[in-house]
Design a protein around this ligand. Structure first.
Ligand code: NAP
Length: 322
């Protein structure tokens, strides 16, 4: 079969589209035919050697997708050949077929198509955790959402609105403004230099926001703190783009609460994965929320998808179609 393999740590040039051994259904795993694989910012981090370093190179990139069960290993009886399934945090998705541990796998209801399911796993579960657990948004709350036209940003904005919250988005270019507004952002600030805080304060009558969701790297960190109101919450979640470095806790203003939301803490039990994906699929199935697929690429063009995402030119979800 064909797969996108990183032979070593590096830029997009280390990604190769080549023949790779067929997966087998080991105990506790199923083999799936991949219908769509999600591209996530974390895949860029994996390629750059920031994550999944315990899996030796060469290795197949990608951690998310949707498709159909082809073979079931011992002890994987929750699933049957032919089931439509989606998965997240299971390495090796940039491939025609993949062996996925059942712990990472859920069934897709008939109301949700494969591409939508593949788009919602990482970014949707992240967004729903951020708005319901990390900071449970209350009606009337105002949130600042960075990269508001991106994969996480568009879903997060919709879920905040669903809970009665209001959203100020921050994006890097004018052409992303309408996309963020369509998802429900009331105001969208265009900024790449960390100069957004005064505008947020102006829009909130000098008060600042209840919560800021920031996965946009060191440049936004200071402004995000300035944009918070007293006792506001800072949800930091951008390990690939990087953090602010060591922090003196006594330098933090306004009694703010600050934390790093890591993906595996969102869905650290099977029950959480099942409950959260069910809620997302219900919302997606009845149109309460939607995913925006910004672009689909052939598997062979995965390097082009990574380059586009890193260039800040993309919006919504990027998918690879084997
Ligand atoms: N902790 C978690 O659980 C978790 C889970 C999923 C994703 N994430 C993080 O969430 C963020 C978004 O991920 P995603 O997969 O949904 O991607 P995405 O938002 O679809 O794309 C990344 C966005 O980040 C911004 N960006 C790209 N390169 C940048 C750079 N060099 N400097 C500053 N901003 C840049 C761009 O938005 P603008 O150009 O509009 O600023 C771009 O749209 C990433 O930081 C990712 O690591 C964290």
């Amino acid at each position: 079969m064909k797969a996108v393999v990183m032979k070593e740590v590096g830029g997009t040039d280390v990604m190769e589209f080549l023949d790779w051994p067929e997966p087998v259904a080991r105990p506790g795993h199923v083999v799936v035919e991949v219908a769509a694989a999600g591209v996530n910012f974390m895949d860029i981090g994996v390629r750059q050697g920031m994550a999944w370093t315990d899996i030796p190179n060469p290795k197949v990139l990608g951690v998310e997708g949707a498709g159909r069960v082809l073979a079931v290993g011992d002890g994987a009886d929750e699933f049957e050949v032919g089931d439509r399934v989606a998965w997240v945090y299971a390495p090796g998705s940039y491939a025609q077929r993949q062996s996925v541990p059942t712990a990472s796998l859920v069934k897709i209801p008939d109301t949700v198509d494969d591409r939508t399911a593949a788009s919602a796993m990482m970014q949707g579960l992240t967004a729903s955790h951020f708005a319901t657990d990390f900071y449970p948004v209350q009606p009337g709350d105002i949130a600042l959402v960075h990269a508001a036209a991106g994969g996480v940003g568009l879903l997060l904005t919709q879920i905040i609105r669903l809970r009665g919250g209001r959203v100020i988005g921050r994006v890097s270019s004018e052409d992303k403004v309408a996309i963020a507004k369509k998802a429900g952002a009331e105001h969208v600030i265009v900024d790449t230099e960390g100069q957004f805080a005064n505008e947020v304060l102006r829009l909130t009558g000098g008060e600042g926001v209840n919560v800021v969701y920031d996965g946009s790297g060191p440049k936004t960190f200071k402004g995000s703190i300035e944009a918070l109101r007293r006792s506001g919450t800072f949800c930091w979640y951008g390990p690939v783009l990087g953090g602010p470095g060591p922090l003196d806790i006594m330098s933090l203003p306004k009694s703010i609460k600050i934390g790093y939301a890591t993906f595996m803490d969102h869905i650290h039990t099977r029950k959480l994965l099942l409950d959260r994906t069910k809620q997302l699929f219900d919302w997606l199935g009845d149109g309460t929320i939607t995913v925006t697929i910004g672009e689909t690429y052939r598997l062979a063009d995965a390097a082009r998808a990574h380059a586009a995402m890193a260039s800040r030119a993309t919006t919504g979800k990027l998918l690879l179609i084997p």
